[in-house]
Ligand binder design. Structure first.
Ligand SMILES: [Zn+2]
Ligand SMILES: [Zn+2]
Length: 343
């Protein structure tokens, strides 16, 4: 059995993440599962929670971290599908199951959704509690660092499904952060033609080339529309805005009839667009939030090696190193960061 206290990263508001001893969680309900956390990815969402002023709201006093996997330590009396020793990934956005959108089989749009690591305690800790319905079994053979990508990959797959890419089609991805890089790897694995990334940071541009991008364009130095036309002829079949504020740029790089996936989350952004471009070019603009039943596919892809994502990790941090590492990532000096709480 675990010790009575453990180390955890607690959100204290105003950009403060405090590493301290807290009580080890105990089962609260018969559906709870206690997990020993193996690894927890650092998400753009965590950076937005910790920005000052915050770009997204997390509840003060909770343990952050939602991209985690772990070993089952203890299960509540009504849990049938898991037992101690199982290895699981956490599906952190939990729908209610009974609202109108849940009833319409769109649980990602649930009106009563709550998030592990945003509304309730998450995985930047030695141990974490999660309801059994928020867990999916993973193989004991999956490398630990690949496990840190299950949640991010599942979110990306939500957008990839909407993009409906055909082999050979060209793709533009705006933003070479962790999500943009995962899109790059997935579209390459799915047989995309050219995958062009758009990025202003020199560090991230260089990293994107090493991760397999065919071309990286800095829109501050080059006319983006022209550069994409030069590379592709008519523009990209699929454009992903992995930043969340680049709808105008996305429209300018899409080919006639192209599909634009709005993936990045920015609650402040506004866009100036020319509606005629959408109408006259028959563009399809598709918002994408998490995804529907995408976890099994994400787990299968990582277990089979269909995509290899662990080489996107640039920061491996203990809990004590987490606040400093998050600051570096927020400054754009890194790709994917992970927390290994037992380091
Ligand atoms: Zn995330
Ligand atoms: Zn619901």
């Amino acid at each position: 059995m675990p010790e009575k206290t453990m180390l955890a990263a607690v959100f204290e508001g105003e950009g403060r993440l405090e590493i301290r001893e807290v009580p080890t969680p105990a089962l609260n309900t018969p559906q709870d599962v206690l997990l020993k956390v193996e690894i927890c990815g650092i998400c753009g969402t965590d950076l937005r929670f910790l920005a000052v002023p915050p770009l997204m709201q997390a509840k003060k006093g909770i343990i952050l971290g939602h991209e985690y996997i772990g070993q089952v330590v203890e299960v509540g009396s009504e849990v049938r599908q898991f037992q101690p020793g199982d290895r699981v990934a956490v599906i952190p956005d939990i729908p209610c199951g009974y609202c109108q959108f849940c009833a319409e089989a769109r649980p990602n749009l649930c009106e009563n959704m709550y998030a592990i690591g945003g509304d309730v305690d998450g995985g930047f800790a030695h141990y974490a509690l999660a309801p059994a319905k928020a867990l999916a079994k993973i193989s004991h053979d999956l490398p630990v660092e690949a496990g840190a990508f299950v949640e991010l990959l599942s979110c990306v797959l939500g957008g990839v499904q909407k993009a409906a890419l055909l082999p050979g089609e060209d793709v533009v991805i705006i933003g070479a952060g962790p999500a943009g890089l995962v899109y790059l790897k997935v579209f390459k694995a799915a047989g995309a033609g050219q995958v062009i990334m758009v990025e202003v940071s020199p560090w991230r541009s260089e990293f994107a080339y090493r991760a397999g991008a065919d071309l990286v364009i800095n829109p501050r130095e080059t006319n983006l529309r022209d550069a994409v036309r030069t590379a592709t002829g008519r523009g990209a079949h699929v454009v992903v805005d992995a930043v969340g504020s680049e709808l105008g740029a996305a429209i300018s790089t899409a080919r006639k009839g192209g599909r634009i996936i709005m993936f990045g989350e920015n609650h402040q952004a506004e866009a100036v667009i020319h509606p005629h471009q959408i109408q006259g070019q028959e563009l399809r603009i598709l918002g994408s939030f998490i995804g529907i039943q995408v976890f099994p596919q994400a787990i299968r892809m990582l277990e089979s090696g269909a995509v290899k994502l662990d080489d996107l990790i640039t920061h491996r941090l203990s809990l004590a190193e987490l606040p400093g590492g998050i600051a570096e990532l927020a400054a754009g000096r890194g790709a994917k960061g992970v927390c290994l709480p037992w380091l």
